[in-house]
Ligand binder design. Sequence first.
Ligand code: HEC
Ligand code: HEC
Length: 355
Amino acid sequence: MKQVLICMLALALVACKKDLPVAYVAYDQTPYALIMPQGRGWTQFPIPEENPLTIAGVALGKQLFEEKLLSANNTQSCKTCHQPAFAFSDGGKQFSEGINGQKGNRNAPALFNLAWADLYNVTGHRYFWDGGKGSLEQQAVGPIVNPIEMASDLKQMIQKLQQTSHYPALFKKAFGTDSITISLVVKALSQFERTLISGNSPYDKAERRERQRTLSEYNGMVIFSTEKGDCFHCHGNLSSPFFTDFNFHNNGLDETPIDSGLFRITGIAADKGKFKTPSLRNLVFTAPYMHDGRFKTLWEVIEFYNSGFKNSPTLDPFISKHIANGGLNLTPIEKTDLYNFLVSLSDSDFVTKNR
Ligand code: HEC
Ligand code: HEC
């Protein structure tokens, strides 16, 4: 009898919650506790004062990230192109398709550890391959209105959310108002994106002495972090857990870049062909590689750095210094070691946890 009563009470509460008029939904500012990976270098990133992380805000952000109403014809969400199972990249596609079947010319990047750009990139060129956006809040409007992505009219998109039975209450809970605005939509999306933290790969476990590195991984790590491979100059030395310097370089993909990269944003000739250094975490899930997804496998990438890079006026000195020797001259075993080290940076917890 007691159980039945509790059950009925629970049912009443659920029903009650569902039908609660927005006026009775409480603003819930309970902070969201970020869980930082164990290990060195995982310092707290800055969080904008006007957009603190809250449990309600992050939950709303996740729901909006998966919300197809954000696109003009209700067929696409952020998640369509940034799929959790692929570390939030686009499922192996070279170029994503927008709602009208049109394709862009850049590979959809994985989304994780994004917020540290705000700490380590002081230039303000932080997001997109060419650094065109300075903050996550600024970035998030882009795809919603981009004609070859979600192609929405902001006013109509907001209206659609406002007319649903659930979003006004969720905004009330997260931000204290049921009057939905684009500023609140991007705030929620950004809160969610700041929680996408990946730091539990076999590499991290080895760093924490929870497993032993294989000899091949160890040898690959030495190639990565010494002049032999020179990867660390741009993808970060091992005291940093991010495997990117959050900066822009020309790594020698083309003699004459088709896509001018950072130059498109700054107009400075020295920035031609410079792109954001991507993190080397989660590569197992994020093929194909480079801003235009030109390489299908990591073996192709390794061979590119070993012998295939192209000279140009803005080629980075850490690449051009190897021209005299005709490349890195890695032996087949050394290439395998580098491959095994790169693979050890992939965090399967991250892709399962966020599904
Ligand atoms: C049609 C596919 C598509 C959709 C939908 C999409 N994106 Fe993207 N996203 C991309 C592509 C492609 C890029 C790279 C663009 C560039 O660099 O020029 C990108 C870049 C990004 C970046 C920059 C990451 C970095 O490391 O610089 C973020 C953050 C992001 N998207 C978040 C979102 C959010 C939030 C949404 C939903 C509001 C969304 N995306 C919807 C394809 C998409
Ligand atoms: C001069 C700086 C620099 C050096 C040195 C460098 N990289 Fe890169 N790396 C970059 C940049 C910049 C990109 C993105 C280029 C683009 O897409 O246009 C990149 C892209 C990559 C990618 C593709 C990742 C993705 O998600 O698409 C991999 C893998 C990679 N580098 C591995 C390495 C390895 C291994 C080494 C050492 C052998 C190395 N890099 C050396 C700057 C560098």
